[in-house]
Design a protein around this ligand. Structure first.
Ligand code: R5P
Length: 301
C-alpha cells in the first residue's frame, strides 16, 4: 500500500511538492479554528494506512506543534497502521541544553509531547544539532538539505569565494558545504547575549578580497548573520555576501538587520514558507525531493 501523505497547515506547498515527487495525491486533512481559538482538525480515511504527516513547527510554534499532535491523534483513532511526523523544521530544537539554572529542557519537552501524541516515528531535517535526537524515545530519521543548498550555491561563480561559519556551532555544516564546493572555510567567533542579540568579534581564516558564503542552520532574527557579516566586512571581504541557511524563519528585526548590508543573495530551503513579501534577495531551494525520498525509503510496501 502506498504511503498516505497528510499536510498540516504549516507548509501545504511543500507537502504538495512532495506528493508530486512521490506520484501520489495527498490525503484529506483539514485544520481550522473554532471561534474560541481552539484548533479543529479532521482527517479522511486512514484505516490500515502508513501515514506521513508533513508539518514544520515554525511560528506560531506552539500552535503548529499542537496541530501536529491533533492530526496524529486523529490518525491513531482512525485506525492508521503507523503514523510518522515529517517535520522539516523542528521548533524548540535549539533548547537542547540548559544554559542557566531555572530553564527547562525545551527539546526534551517537545520530544515527550510527540511521543505522547501517538507518533511512531519522526523524520526531521537539519536539526539544530544532530544530538537533539537523543531527547527522543521515538525513532528519528534525520535528513539534510546540505546537498541541495550546496548545489544551488555552486551556481554562484563570482570571484574568489570562502565559506564562513557565523559561529562555532555551525562549523560542521559550513565545512560540509565547503567540501562540496571545494572552497576554504573561515569561522566567526560569536557570543549570544540574549534570544535576539549576539556579538561577533573575530574571524579565523582568510576572507580579505573574497566573497563570503555564510552558512548556518537557521536565520531567525538574523542577528547572527548580520553580526558575522559586519565582522567579515571589517576584515576586508568583498561587498558581495551570500547568506545560506537550512531554515529561513526571518522573524522580528531580520529584514531591518540585513537591509543595510551588501547581501547579494539569501539562499534558504522551503522547509518553512518564507514570510509574504519578504524584502530580501531570497533564493528558495526545495527540499521536497529530500523529504519524499525519506517517505519512499520508510514507507511500508
Ligand atoms: C544558533 O546557535 C543557531 O545556529 C543560529 O545561529 C541562530 O539560531 C540564528 O538565530 P538568529 O537569526 O536570531 O541570530
Amino acid at each position: 500500500m502506498s504511503p498516505l501523505l497528510l499536510s498540516g497547515s504549516g507548509n501545504r506547498p511543500l507537502a504538495l511538492a512532495m506528493a508530486k515527487v512521490l506520484g501520489i495525491e495527498p490525503g484529506e486533512c483539514h485544520a481550522q479554528k473554532f471561534p474560541d481559538g481552539e484548533l479543529e482538525v479532521r482527517v479522511g480515511e486512514v484505516r490500515e494506512r502508513d501515514v506521513f504527516i508533513v508539518q514544520p513547527t515554525s511560528p506560531p510554534v506552539g500552535e503548529r506543534l499542537l496541530e501536529l499532535l491533533l492530526i496524529a491523534d486523529a490518525c491513531r483513532r482512525g485506525g492508521a497502521a503507523r503514523v510518522t511526523a515529517v517535520v522539516p523544521y523542528l521548533g524548540y530544537a535549539r533548547q537542547d541544553r540548559r544554559e542557566r539554572s531555572g530553564e527547562p529542557l525545551g527539546a526534551r519537552v517537545v520530544a515527550d509531547l510527540l511521543a505522547a501524541g501517538g507518533l511512531d516515528r519522526l523524520v526531521a531535517m537539519d536539526l539544530h544539532s544532530p544530538s537533539v535526537e537523543s531527547a527522543f524515545h521515538l525513532p528519528v530519521e534525520q535528513v539534510s538539505s546540505v546537498d541541495v543548498l550546496a548545489e544551488r550555491l555552486g551556481r554562484v561563480t563570482s570571484g574568489e569565494r570562502v565559506v564562513v561559519s557565523p559561529d562555532l556551532g555551525a562549523v560542521k555544516r559550513a565545512r560540509a558545504v565547503a567540501k562540496r564546493l571545494s572552497l576554504p572555510v573561515a569561522v566567526v567567533y560569536k557570543q549570544r547575549l540574549s534570544g535576539s542579540e549576539v556579538e561577533a568579534s573575530d574571524v579565523v581564516g582568510e576572507v580579505r578580497g573574497r566573497s563570503p558564503i555564510l552558512v548556518d542552520d537557521i536565520i531567525s532574527t538574523a542577528g547572527t548573520m548580520a553580526a558575522a557579516a559586519e565582522v567579515l566586512l571589517h576584515a576586508g571581504c568583498n561587498r558581495d555576501i551570500t547568506l545560506a541557511a537550512c531554515h529561513g524563519l526571518f522573524v522580528g528585526p531580520a529584514v531591518e538587520r540585513l537591509a543595510h548590508l551588501p547581501i547579494t543573495r539569501v539562499v534558504t530551503t522551503d522547509s518553512t514558507p518564507p514570510p509574504a513579501g519578504l524584502a530580501l534577495p531570497l533564493e528558495l531551494v526545495s527540499v521536497a525531493p529530500v523529504l519524499a525520498d525519506a517517505v519512499r525509503r520508510l514507507g511500508r510496501r
